[in-house]
Ligand binder design. Sequence first.
Ligand SMILES: Cc1ncc(COP(=O)(O)O)c(C=O)c1O
Length: 365
Amino acid sequence: MVLRSMARPTISHTSTAFATVFKETVADLGRIFKTSGIVLPLAGTGTLGAEVALSNIIEPGDKVLAISSGYFGDRLVEISGILGASVDKVEVPWGSAARIAEIERKLSEKTYKAMLVVHVDTSTGVANPVKELGSLARAKGALFVVDTVCSMGGMDVQVDDWGINVCFTGSQKALAAPPGLAVISFDSKALGAREKRRTPPSSYYGDIKRWLPILQEPTKYFATPAVNMFYALHESCRMILSEGLEERFKRHAKLASASRAGLKAMGLQLLCEDAVASNTLTVAYHPKGVSDVEFRKSMAEDYGVVIAGGLGPLKDKAFRIGHMGNVNRSDILATLSAVEGSLQRQRYSFQPGSGVAAANRVLET
Ligand SMILES: Cc1ncc(COP(=O)(O)O)c(C=O)c1O
């Protein structure tokens, strides 16, 4: 349905027909983000979302506290540094979630303009406690910026209630559209920070101020929106809202817990504890003697299931299964069955069928 919607004719980006698509998409995204702030879809990817979020609020010399619990947390540190911020990084071990007491202590040592965190770092599958972190940031007056690339649309994110001032995601993960759009929300405090800048933002295209008139009246021109990508996101937002957000989150939670149960039943070790595990993806270590390249080749070629390898220090040591978007129970069972088959080919010893059976038990509850 989403892909079919993209095949419609590319109409003028300043037409009233496109303005309707634009407005409806933005309104639906506001419901999904749970915000009454502005939400802007921009042609680009999640990384553009990070750049737009940060380049509007950070000026050279600003003090920023960046919590990094993985590969994409490090990316926020890097982008902030490029923008000239003085960045203090809280390094959370891969596989753990940020500890509230540690962040509270950090925030009490210095006054920060902004605090940054990735909700679910796709390198680890750990979900950070965004709600609690938001309360801390709010109490200290720091702008709270959250990367929800790997959670928005699959896990609950309450942008307004959790005090998230700037939130960004990409179209291709739990929003379940193709890659090609970044979506960034700004609340009034974040827009105020943009307004009060002493220096212009380093990004021309990503300057939120230039987009405000378009959000008001999409028939105006600033830069050409990706018309057919809007069709896709419009359709995927409709599908998300017609499933119902809470139902969708429950589905993700169940599929995640079935995936974890299945992998554990095969004797595999997961990167993180269930208590901090995300509902969008699961990361598991390879058993000793299993080659990552051979394993994932077999998954893809023998079973038609594509999964990701480990990132950074987990390269060759772990694999990542995404279970977000429009994934269903059959996808999970087929994936676990493929994991079993691909492990058997590498002579890993376990009880065949144990993973699929354990997952099925969870799915039946
Ligand atoms: C948590 C997270 N943040 C940021 C990004 C960067 O997004 P993109 O690859 O769309 O630029 C990704 C990509 O996988 C991600 O998972």
